[in-house]
Design a protein around this ligand. Sequence first.
Ligand code: 6MZ
Length: 361
Amino acid sequence: MEWCFAMPKIELHAHLNGSIRDSTLLGLAKALGEKGKIVFSEFEHVILNHDRSLREVFKLFDLIHMVTTDHEIVTRITKEVVEDFAAENVVYLELRTTPKRNDLVGMSKRSYVEAVVNGLRDVSTVEVNFSSCTTGGSLNPVCRNNACTGTAKKKIYVRLLLSIDRRETTEAAIETVKLALEMRHLGVMGVDLSGNPIIGEWVTFLPALKFAQEQGLSVTLHCGEVPNMEEIRRMLEFLPQRIGHACFLGEEEWKKLKSSKIPVEICLTSNVQTNTISSLDVHHFEDLYKSKHPIVLCTDDAGVFSTSLSKEYSIASSTFGIGKKEMFHLARNAIDFIFAGDGVKEELKHIFDSAALKLDL
Ligand code: 6MZ
């Protein structure tokens, strides 16, 4: 559907390393294979197999992390991911990533995030606004592209969320939150809790997440990717600013979610590929949409699941019989759920309203 591609969109649930291009991943793996650090043929097989369970997806992430270890690679991936989203008319992107320490290459959690920010600076196909210090139309002084050259390029707002991996300790999670606080001026808006949902306990992460909220950071949680009712209940009681997935909620939790009005980041392809939802026609998107619960369509891991935000819109439209104008409204409504401030929200409203006129939406 051409119009799904053409209309402006907002992406709020995209993991950096899960959004890596297949070609980049294969290229990096090949180079490591040539150095004898991995067995390329085994790697290639896992990368090219697109039918994956949740367990296999996490195995794949471990492989991806083996090849995305140094600063230059992190910078390159960030640049490419932002360019890919911008190319399909994503106008606001909240990109999340887990800060990683790797002593072998002199990488700290901080230098990892700095490498990500360098990737935002390196983007050349589109104008990137990524600092939360800039409001409205004024450009980030560290943004090298566009205004400096006087050309009128497409524009994308990018904000960052730092992810806490469920394998981490309370101390490591708090370290990530502190880093997020220190890097607010570079567009870090909040934190995410993600990682293999069968690992780790809610109580381990709670102190860090509470601290984040107390300090004014926004929090989004991967919630209900597996049927852990106790955890789902506690997550909803915590009142995060958004949740992702919400696949395994029981009746009680469902009621709680709906009355809380917590926006849900919906990842259709990811849920079906990982079998957390058996098929699209029984996906909770439909119920949430019909009951006007705040929702936003997202990709999760565009590289890993071979999808794009335009594809997700197209799938939702055809599966649930939602027309062009309604899909446009769905996309525009996401403005209310972004973690950036009012200045950016106003700019986005303007972008969507001009697109509505231009595209007759
Ligand atoms: C939970 C997920 C995920 O952080 O290295 N991640 N966590 N559920 C999912 N659904 C499929 N998809 C991705 O990006 C990769 C990391 O994001 C999390 C995992 O922790 C994964 O290792 P970054 O940029």
